[in-house]
Design a protein around this ligand. Structure first.
Ligand code: TYM
Length: 332
């Protein structure tokens, strides 16, 4: 079985619809066909300041949501990044292989650093993408299921893997991004030219999976479209409508042309009402299942203990080989 690896940050509140459609949904599907490793990236989370109590709670919440979304610990390895110390260890080796200029060109870093101010942004934020490289290479992943915004980090992973292999001998699998065209980028419902995101979206433009279903329905119904009335998929001329069509298509399995036909001659109201209903049907059981996992911390802990053990077995082997290649003296 080919291997996949991916990660998600433990954000406050809940995952948003972009996280789910762009990544987590694919994770659920890939556990059937691939040897799958998925993690909650708490080491990455502390690249921006975190309250310790909240970080712990958000990490649990993230795991509960991943289980609620359909990850099955019997079909995949689900773990928390800090439970596997090899991430930080390989991260250091990768830091020493990365050019300063190369890291400076990472667009997510530039955006986040600009938002925080150069003096407040941490060195951890700067090397964030390099830690992500280590995450992927530790597991010799063939593919990395993510949204479009992660493509540059996977390019960096490929570059560093090739560099290491060239310098020290074949050690790492060169991974490929696994990005579905249709859902690579889900847009803000209020400004459909920017991606949906916790940090940039207005509350009304951001669908939180754990919002009250009523709130979700309202957000869908007040989504920004355009002054035309035709329901047609056209990202340039009709970004708002196209985003709604993408979401409806993915959640129901109906093809976009089929939806265009179904809504021919009907207004945006009909599309929004139907999508609101589909969203409510999706988030209502999701919210319930998440709560059930949160109410059962023992099960959650045992899932994570088992996951960390499985992950460490793989990660330790890669790290040992890497240390040897680099020329570290083995500890006796
Ligand atoms: P994070 O936590 O920001 O996002 C998790 C996943 O959600 C995707 N995503 C989106 N997809 C489509 N449309 C959107 N609007 C949207 N917003 C977010 C992201 O692309 C991502 O796949 N750096 C990563 C976490 C990470 C990781 C890794 C990923 C750490 N190590 C190793 C893969 C492999 C991140 O911050 O994702």
């Amino acid at each position: 079985r080919p291997r996949v690896l991916s990660g998600i940050q433990p954000t406050a509140g809940s995952f948003h619809l972009g996280n789910y459609l762009g990544a987590v949904r694919q994770w659920v599907a890939l556990q059937e066909t691939h040897d799958a490793f998925y993690m909650v990236v708490d080491l990455h989370a502390i690249t921006i300041p975190q309250d310790p109590k909240e970080l712990r709670a958000n990490t649990r919440l993230a795991v509960a949501q991943l289980l609620a979304a359909g990850l099955d610990p019997d079909r995949c390895t689900l773990f928390v990044q800090s439970h596997v110390p090899e991430h930080a260890q390989l991260g250091w080796v990768m830091n020493c292989l990365t050019g300063f200029g190369e890291a400076s060109r990472m667009t997510q870093f530039k955006d986040k650093a600009a938002k925080q101010g150069a003096d407040r942004a941490s060195v951890g934020l700067f090397t964030y993408p390099v830690l992500q490289v280590a995450d992927i290479l530790l597991y010799q992943a063939n593919e990395v299921p993510v949204g479009e915004d992660q493509r540059q980090h996977i390019e960096l992973t490929r570059d560093l893997a090739e560099r290491f292999n060239g310098r020290f001998g074949e050690t790492f699998t060169i991974p490929k991004p696994y990005i579905l065209k249709e859902t690579a980028k889900i847009y803000d419902l209020q400004d459909p030219t920017v991606k949906m995101s916790k940090s940039a979206s207005t509350p009304k433009g951001l669908i939180n999976l754990l919002d009250e279903p009523k709130v979700t329905a309202k957000k869908v119904k007040s989504a920004v479209t355009d002054t035309d009335t035709v329901i047609r998929y056209d990202v340039v001329e009709k970004p708002g409508v196209s985003n709604l069509l993408t979401i409806l298509s993915t959640l129901t399995g109906a093809e976009i042309p089929e939806l265009e036909e179904r809504y021919a001659g009907k207004g945006y109201g009909a599309l929004k009402t139907d999508l609101a209903e589909v969203m409510v049907e999706f988030v209502t059981p999701f919210k319930e299942r998440t709560q059930q996992y949160l109410d059962d911390p023992e099960t959650l802990d045992s899932v994570l203990a088992k996951g960390a053990e499985k992950a460490r077995a793989v990660a330790a082997e890669t790290l040992a080989r890497t240390y040897d290649r680099v020329g570290f003296l083995p500890a006796k």
